[in-house]
Design a protein around this ligand. Structure first.
Ligand code: PLP
Length: 441
C-alpha cells in the first residue's frame, strides 16, 4: 500500500484532467475505484450502474476474466516489440481477427492506439491512396457539422464541433463540411432512423460542384454519438455512397462508437446497409482494457498505396505502439468473447425494451427530444435560460449520487450501456434518470 488513501487521494493537483471542469471536480471529486460486470464501485464501495459502458467502450461489461488473463499471459511472454520492419505473431493474429469481423472487402488492418489516431490515420491513408492512383490534386477532406473524430489535428479539423476547435487557431486548410442531419422540427421523438433528411446528402453534390475533383474523402460517423446521438435519416448514407462512387471520393466511416455490437450488428455498416471504403475503430476493440484503435481498408486501397511506391517503406505513418502485444492480446480475447456471447445478438434482443424505456421519458419535464438506435439513446432537454449545459450537468451529478452513470453533452443525456445489460438494469437506468429529470429544473 502506498500512503495515498484509496477514498481520498492526498493530491489532486498534478493530473490535468481531459475534457473536464478541473476546478469544480477537484473541489468535489467523483472517484471510481473498481469495476465488475455492469457496475463501477466508488472507493467507499458504493455501486454505480454503468449506463455508458465507460465512454462507449466496455461493450462486454467490466472486469472480464478472459481479457484480463490474456493480457497477463502476454505481459509475461513479451512486453513489447516494434512493428517497424519487425513483427510479432500476436499482432498479425489480431489483425486477422479484426479483418474477419469487418464487412466483406475491408480486409487490411492498420493498428493505432485510440480513436483520434484512427481518424488521422484514415485521413492520411485516403490522401496517400488518391496520390498513389494519380489523383494528387485530391487534397480536400469533407466532414460534417456535429461530427466528432477525436482530437488530433486531422480529426479535429474534419470534425464539426466549434467548441473543440476555437482554442487552437488554425486547422487543416483544405477542409469543408456537410450540414448535420439533426432536424427536430420534423423528426423529434423518432424511434430508430428518422424519416426526414435524405436530401441533406445532396449537399455533398454541391460541394463537388464547388471543389471539383479536389475532394479525397468524406468522413462521417454512421450514428453521431458524442454530439448527442444523431441517427442518420433513412436513405442518407445510401445517397452519400452514390455521390462518392460517382465522383472518385472515398467514403470513410468513423465506427469508433458504432463498431463491435453497439448497433446490434458487428459494425454500423452492416446495420445501415452501406459499406465504406475505410473504417475506423477503437474503444470496443479491446473492451477498453488496453488502449487500441484500428483502421480497416479495402485490398484495393492497400494494393494501390503499396504497389505504387518505390521500393522500401510504402506508407510513412505508424506509431511505436501499433499492434502492441498487450493490446493485441486484449483484442483477440475481446473478439472471441464478442462471438461466443453473441454481443450484437444480445444488443438486438434487448433493443425494443431499451427503446420503449427511453421513450417513456417523453412527457418528463423539459424533455424536447428522444432519439435511439441499437443500444444508444439520447434524451435532449431544454436548456436553462442563459446557462446552456448546466441542467444536464446537474442531472449527471444527481444520477451519479443516486447510483447510475450517465453521460451528458450540452443539454443532451447520452446513454450507451455495456451490451450485457438486462431488463432490470434498463429499468434502473431510466428510473433513476426520470427521477433526476423530475427533480432538477
Ligand atoms: N471518433 C469517434 C466517433 C468517437 O466517438 C471518439 C471518442 O469518443 C473518437 C473518435 C476519439 O477516440 P479517442 O478518445 O480514443 O481518441
Amino acid at each position: 500500500m502506498n500512503e495515498m488513501s484509496p477514498s481520498r487521494p492526498n493530491n489532486l493537483d498534478s493530473f490535468w484532467m481531459p475534457f473536464s471542469d478541473n476546478r469544480h471536480f477537484k473541489g468535489t471529486p467523483r472517484m471510481l475505484a473498481r469495476a465488475e460486470g455492469m457496475s463501477y464501485f466508488t472507493p467507499e464501495g458504493r455501486e454505480v450502474l454503468d449506463g455508458t459502458a465507460g465512454l462507449w467502450c466496455c461493450n462486454a461489461g467490466h472486469g472480464r476474466r478472459e481479457i484480463t488473463e490474456a493480457i497477463q499471459k502476454q505481459a509475461a511472454v513479451m512486453d513489447f516489440a516494434p512493428t517497424f520492419q519487425l513483427g510479432h505473431p500476436i499482432a498479425f493474429e489480431a489483425a486477422a481477427r479484426v479483418a474477419e469481423m469487418t464487412p466483406a472487402g475491408l480486409d487490411k488492418v492498420f493498428f493505432t492506439n485510440s480513436g483520434s489516431e484512427s481518424a488521422d490515420t484514415a485521413l492520411k491513408i485516403a490522401l496517400a491512396y488518391q496520390r498513389a492512383r494519380g489523383q494528387a490534386q485530391r487534397v480536400r477532406l469533407i466532414g460534417r457539422e456535429r461530427g466528432y473524430h477525436g482530437v488530433g489535428f486531422g480529426g479535429m479539423s474534419v470534425g464539426g464541433i466549434g467548441g473543440n476547435r476555437k482554442q487552437f487557431g488554425a486547422m487543416l486548410p483544405y477542409v469543408d463540411h456537410l450540414p448535420h442531419t439533426h432536424d427536430p422540427a420534423r423528426n423529434a421523438f423518432t424511434k430508430g432512423q428518422p424519416e426526414h433528411g435524405v436530401e441533406l446528402a445532396n449537399r455533398l453534390q454541391d460541394l463537388v460542384a464547388l471543389h471539383g475533383d479536389t475532394i479525397a474523402a468524406v468522413m462521417v460517423e454512421p450514428v453521431a454519438g458524442s454530439t448527442g446521438v444523431l441517427v442518420p435519416p433513412k436513405g442518407y448514407l445510401e445517397r452519400l455512397r452514390e455521390i462518392c462512387d460517382a465522383n472518385g471520393i472515398l467514403l470513410i466511416y468513423d465506427e469508433v462508437i458504432t463498431g463491435f455490437g453497439r448497433l446490434g450488428t458487428d459494425f454500423g455498416a452492416e446495420r445501415l446497409g452501406v459499406t465504406p471504403d475505410i473504417m475506423t475503430m477503437a474503444k470496443g476493440l479491446t473492451n477498453a482494457a488496453v488502449p487500441m484503435g484500428a483502421v480497416a481498408t479495402s485490398n484495393e486501397i492497400y494494393d494501390t498505396v503499396v504497389n505504387n511506391s518505390a521500393a522500401g517503406i510504402e506508407l510513412f505513418h505508424g506509431y511505436t505502439y501499433s499492434g502492441h502485444p498487450l493490446a493485441s492480446a486484449a483484442a483477440i480475447a475481446t473478439l472471441a468473447l464478442h462471438r461466443e456471447e453473441d454481443l450484437p445478438g444480445r444488443a438486438r434482443a434487448i433493443e425494443p425494451y431499451w427503446q420503449e424505456a427511453a421513450h417513456s421519458l417523453k412527457s418528463a419535464p423539459g424533455v424536447v427530444d428522444i432519439r435511439d438506435f441499437g443500444l444508444i439513446a439520447g434524451i435532449e432537454l431544454a436548456p436553462r435560460e442563459g446557462k446552456p449545459g448546466t441542467r444536464a450537468m446537474d442531472i449527471f451529478r444527481k444520477c451519479f449520487d443516486d447510483g447510475v452513470l450517465v453521460r451528458v453533452t450540452g443539454d443532451i443525456v447520452a446513454l450507451s450501456p455495456p451490451l450485457i445489460i438486462e431488463k432490470p438494469h434498463v429499468d434502473r437506468i431510466f428510473g433513476t434518470l426520470s427521477d433526476a429529470i423530475h427533480a432538477i429544473h
